[in-house]
Design a binder for this molecule. Structure first.
Ligand SMILES: [Zn+2]
Length: 215
């Protein structure tokens, strides 16, 4: 059996290998994943600053391999990175209430991404993340525009060319005080910012933005 990242042979009797569901890696690969500093530019658009790992290192490689090279076994590592980013965000911004029961919300995929991959890694990752932490998951947001973000310029993204809407039938429970918004890669933060504004304009909640990687 080999490490999914560096392909060195793992000895499973060794205490070193790390086994996360079906994602097996060696300890040095896992330790090489660097967290990204909390991203100041997003502080205004998200009610709780974003937490992510650095896209230039192993974290980005994991995202690219799973998203573009179809390595679905990396989903365990993906969930691990989400959990790391989440834990880091809790340290900086504790929830600050006695009964903390957030709802996990994945950023909806583009039509192009769904068509290209045939599945939605962000939703799958968010589902497993929610299961691991005992949180509820919800899908209250839909994407109105069918265009992929890849086809838009940076300016168009900042202008808010992508439009999201709340699904009227699937709101956020009234008992919920925090939304944990999940995405895979954050570049400008425009998507996270738009969704945060949409949610906070309709619900008295804070939005904690967690992304696997910061590009
Ligand atoms: Zn390795």
């Amino acid at each position: 059996m080999r490490c999914l990242l560096c392909h060195k042979t793992l000895n499973l009797d060794d205490p070193e290998p790390v086994v996360l569901a079906y994602s097996r890696t060696c300890r040095s690969c896992l330790d090489s994943i660097q967290p990204y500093p909390l991203y100041p530019r997003l502080f205004e658009s998200c009610s709780v600053p974003l937490s992510a790992v650095d896209y230039r290192g192993q974290g980005g490689q994991i995202v690219r391999d799973l998203k573009f090279h179809g390595k679905r076994r990396l989903l365990g590592l993906w969930v691990y990175l989400l959990s790391q980013a989440y834990a880091r965000s809790l340290e900086v911004h504790p929830p600050g209430q006695d009964r903390y029961s957030p709802i996990v919300v994945p950023v909806p995929p583009s039509q192009y991404g769904l068509w290209y991959r045939g599945w939605d890694p962000v939703a799958k990752g968010a589902q497993q993340f929610a299961l691991c932490h005992g949180f509820e998951i919800g899908f209250p947001i839909k994407r109105c525009s069918g265009s992929s973000q890849k086809l838009l310029s940076r300016k168009q993204r900042m202008d808010g060319s992508i439009v999201f809407q709340m699904r009227s039938a699937q709101g956020i429970p009234h008992t919920c005080t925090e939304v944990v918004l999940i995405d895979d890669v954050v570049t400008t933060g425009a998507t996270m910012g738009q969704i945060t504004r949409l949610i906070t304009s309709e619900y008295p909640v804070s939005v904690r933005c967690i992304s696997i990687a910061q590009d």
